[in-house]
Design a protein around this ligand. Structure first.
Ligand SMILES: Cc1cc2nc3c(=O)[nH]c(=O)nc-3n(C[C@H](O)[C@H](O)[C@H](O)COP(=O)(O)OP(=O)(O)OC[C@H]3O[C@@H](n4cnc5c(N)ncnc54)[C@H](O)[C@@H]3O)c2cc1C
Length: 394
């Protein structure tokens, strides 16, 4: 079989892979990206992200890939749903967010990668990856039959079932949450610029239900939950909220897991890197992974290109990637994991009490693993939470 040779093989065309491939090609390094699906962005996603994510992706906001107007508020409902906490972008000094058309967004990222010189193979599944004499050989299944690709460096951006992680790393730490989402038409939402989140053991044990308006009557309605049939719980939620969903119709349904156990320990080996969901780079309490995946892809791509140009693709050299990534993201992921592990242990009654105590800023800080000490000090004043949560956060 003829072998096609590249400097870098990026496996997976999600946010992480498309960014990594753009950055390697930008430095003139011969890059191939393989994506197993015929289209980018087929994996189900809530599609909510921040303006900062677009900046990380080096893209300007565009109507071609943003569905909804700017999202300015999030309403987090306690188990007793008359209680909620509002997070307004202005009050927490946040510049707001968007609901993406993720397929169009990833296509735009794909175009950017192509412009820099990346070669992209769609409907191309990386099947077998082996290391031979300091090079990687990968068998790629395509509609033209199996192709053999050789590369000096491989960047695994192939999501939760990553073959790169399973073959070369130790993904045993992956803790996953099951998610199901419907794209719905004709939902009656009071405000199209507001996200709604519902928590509680009755609604979504260990997770939450989300209602994310996409504009023009379309809405992403989904659930992430642990140890329960996710779809049944989502259906029950929809049934019990007739004011929003009585006339709604499901247009499509998708299910996929999200890694919520934090970043896996090892991210690089000689000539090998792991990014995005494959590396567990998701904010555990929110399940948000678009921004960290793009950040990881950007740094990994830059570091890999630099290493190749210097002729040193050793583990030590490639370790600049986790070092740089962790400066911004490690504390957030670890902090959010800590908060998530505490919150899943709370009863519905305790969550209702917290809704009376928490401000929007407290929730944002906990969810993103920021300022946990500040939230801990605040909770020390409440005997019911002093021992159970506050001390662990301090
Ligand atoms: C239901 C749900 C809702 C979510 N909502 C949000 C949200 O609102 N906001 C947010 O920030 N995050 C959200 N996330 C998380 C977010 O989708 C991911 O964290 C993010 O997409 C990770 O990007 P990635 O590039 O690492 O992996 P992925 O997006 O999973 O991309 C991996 C790519 O690799 C391809 N691939 C896999 N194996 C192979 C192979 N062997 N060969 C070739 N290609 C392969 C896949 O087809 C896929 O395109 C959600 C996730 C789910 C499941």
């Amino acid at each position: 079989m003829k072998i096609a040779s590249y400097d870098i093989l990026v496996i997976g065309g999600g946010p992480a892979g498309l960014m990594a491939a753009r950055k390697t090609a930008q430095r003139g390094v011969k890059t191939l990206l393989v994506e197993k699906e015929k289209q980018f962005g087929l994996k189900v996603c809530g599609e909510a992200t921040s303006a900062a994510t677009l900046a990380e992706a080096e893209l300007s906001p565009s109507e071609s890939f943003i569905c909804s107007r700017e999202i300015n508020r999030v309403l987090v409902y306690a188990p007793q749903q008359e209680k909620n906490v509002e997070i307004s972008a202005g009050s927490i000094g946040y510049s707001g967010g968007f609901i993406l058309n993720k397929m169009a967004f990833l296509e735009e990222m794909g175009r950017s990668a192509l412009r820099e010189g990346t070669e992209i193979w769609m409907a191309a599944v990386a099947n077998q990856l082996v290391r031979q004499n300091g090079l990687f050989r990968c068998t790629i299944g395509t509609d033209r039959g199996a192709q053999l690709v050789e590369a000096k460096v491989v960047i695994g951006c192939d999501g939760m079932n990553s073959i790169v992680a399973r073959r070369f790393f130790n993904p045993k730490d992956y803790r996953r949450i099951s998610c199901v989402q419907y794209k719905m038409a004709n939902c009656h939402l009071a405000d199209q610029t507001r996200l709604e989140i519902f928590i509680g053991n009755n609604v979504a044990p260990g997770g939450y239900v989300w209602i994310f308006p996409k504009g023009e009557g379309l809405t992403n309605v989904g659930i992430g939950t642990q140890g329960a049939p996710a779809r049944k719980r989502l259906d029950k939620f929809i049934e019990t909220h007739p004011q929003r969903f009585q006339e709604a119709q499901v247009l499509s349904m998708g299910a996929a897991p999200v890694p919520i156990g934090g970043q896996i320990e090892e991210l690089v080996q000689d000539g090998l890197m792991l990014c995005g969901d494959a590396a567990g780079q998701v904010i555990p309490l929110t399940g948000a992974g678009i921004h960290p995946s793009i950040a990881a892809g950007r740094i990994a791509g830059q570091v890999a290109a630099e290493a190749l140009l210097e002729g040193n693709i050793s583990r030590e050299k490639l370790s600049a990637y986790p070092e740089q990534f962790n400066k911004t993201w490690s504390k957030r992921i670890i902090g959010s994991l800590k908060a998530q592990q505490l919150i899943v242990k709370l009863s519905d009654q305790e969550l209702n009490q917290l809704a009376d105590i928490f401000t929007g800023q407290d929730i944002v800080d906990l969810a993103n693993g920021f300022n946990l000490t500040r939230v801990g000090i605040k909770l020390l004043k409440y005997p019911a939470f002093a021992a159970k949560i506050a001390r662990t956060l301090l």
